[in-house]
Design a protein around this ligand. Sequence first.
Ligand SMILES: [Zn+2]
Length: 229
Amino acid sequence: MSKSAPTPAGTIRVTYLGLVNAYLVPEDDGLTLVDTTLKGGVKRILAAAEGLGRPIVRIVLTHAHDDHVGGLDALAAQLPDVEVVISTRDARLLAGDTTLDPDEPRSKLRGGLKGASTVPTRTIEPGDHVGSLRAVAAPGHTPGQLAFLDERDGTLLCGDAYATVTGVATCAKPRPLFPLPALATWHRPTALASAEALRALDPARLAPGHGPVVEDPGAAMEAAVARSR
Ligand SMILES: [Zn+2]
């Protein structure tokens, strides 16, 4: 299924290749696009925005992996006034800087990190707001991954902290049928701690980077955390 029902706030999922998600989040001034899929997914995202009859006014990136930022340059070229938002930490990855901070675990960065030439217009920290979305720390998959909680309806846009392709799973432990998010994870203990913290938010629904939107995900998130320990 490539389309899910809109959330109560009206957010829709746009899926590329059946496996890579972006989300269009309605705000008073237009649409916030959360993640961009890959370059080939841009047409589909623009068509979905057109279908909603609203302009994309900002792009928010959960983290700097290629399958989340791959459409950024093409979108920015077609949306010249768009605001581009990412965490301060993952902005460095987006710019091609793969050095670690002195206080970060000495784990190898994994996953596609080709970066983008688009320069963010704003970098943010956990706790900051982007429209109705509150940024929540979700490091581990990448050092600066952010999840976003829509405070209107409790939807948690969790990036790759969880995937739901073969049921709800964390990225802290590879899952046999869909191991990619875990194999692309930088530091699994940190990712597990983030998964636990996101579960504690008790979201109304989980909107991941990979897989369908899951309603009332608390018990499944808890089980996924337990399996990842
Ligand atoms: Zn990722």
